[in-house]
Design a protein around this ligand. Structure first.
Ligand SMILES: NC(=O)c1ccc[n+]([C@@H]2O[C@H](COP(=O)([O-])OP(=O)(O)OC[C@H]3O[C@@H](n4cnc5c(N)ncnc54)[C@H](OP(=O)(O)O)[C@@H]3O)[C@@H](O)[C@H]2O)c1
Length: 256
């Protein structure tokens, strides 16, 4: 029988170098801090550099990286810059994302393109570049894609956003399938409604309060509700046999 690994060691990320996109606020900021607290070196990326500087000041394990994930031509350079911070990347958290407008018939062309470029295309390009590096170096690694509860359900948010998150889930499966042989695990988290800049106004509104009453746990989440799932998927000791999985963290909302 193999030995039991103490929980502290199971989630120890010492030696890992992570790139977290969308780290200037909300979930991404929390993800960067949680990974850094478990010993990972973290490159925190987003467009608002001032926010990233503040975040980096909270931990010697975090460095900021100004990056627009929609600028695909600049992504190879951004990965080079990320690796100048702490060395070769081993973990990628594709978290940057934006919400969408309203009904399909009212959604301007530019809005659709903005949502797809930010939420889908960026993950395609960044994950591909990250995997190419790992494969060339014959190193293992992990990708965590942030999808959403609405990847499975329409009518809860804008159609463009829901469609983009469904694409993130299918991309997760395709990436996991193709890269498993290279030791790259790819999994997704599907959060329900979590307090952040993206959702706070809605959650405080009458419609948001009504929605919360339909969540089986009768509450929205906090970014800290995702800590355990993030660490599970980030640690190859904890989830080395998991790839292509999607984990709901939603207070039971998907059941309602
Ligand atoms: N909160 C929820 O209830 C919830 C539920 C399910 C899924 N999610 C997903 O979780 C992720 C984080 O959302 P959040 O709730 O934390 O929202 P948030 O507070 O608005 O954060 C979004 C982050 O994405 C970054 N971002 C947006 N466009 C970018 C771009 N072009 N280039 C680089 N970074 C960009 C923003 O940084 P800059 O503006 O500084 O670039 C920001 O750091 C998103 O993918 C979202 O869809 C959230």
């Amino acid at each position: 029988m193999s030995q039991i690994t103490p929980a502290q060691q199971l989630f120890d990320l010492t030696g890992q170098v992570a790139l977290v996109t969308g780290a200037s606020s909300g979930l991404g900021r929390r993800f960067a801090q949680v990974l850094a607290a478990q010993g990972a070196k973290v490159v925190a990326a987003a467009r608002r550099s001032d926010r990233l500087q503040d975040l980096a000041a909270t931990s010697p394990n975090i460095v900021p990286l100004a990056m627009d994930v929609t600028d695909t031509a600049a992504q190879a350079g951004a990965l080079d810059a990320a690796e100048r911070g702490f060395g070769p990347l081993t973990l990628l958290v594709n978290n940057a994302g934006i919400g969408g407008g309203g009904r399909i018939v009212d959604t301007p062309e530019a809005e659709w393109e903005r949502v797809m470029r930010t939420n889908v295309d960026s993950i395609w390009h960044l994950s591909r570049a990250f995997a190419q590096r790992l494969i060339a170096r014959e190193r293992s690694g992990a990708i965590i894609n942030i999808a959403s509860l609405v990847a499975h359900r329409v009518g809860m948010s804008s159609a463009s956003y829901a469609i983009s998150k469904a694409a993130v889930l299918h991309m997760t499966r395709a990436q996991a399938f193709e890269w498993a042989r290279h030791g790259i695990r790819v999994n997704a988290i599907c959060p329900g409604y979590i307090s952040s800049e993206m959702t706070d106004d809605y959650l405080a509104s009458p419609a948001g309060q009504e929605m919360i009453r339909r969540v089986p746990q009768r509450r929205s989440g906090q970014p800290s509700d995702l800590d355990g799932t993030l660490l599970l998927l980030a640690s190859s000791r904890a989830s080395g046999f998991m790839t292509g999985a999607e984990i709901n963290v939603d207070g039971g909302h998907a059941l309602a």
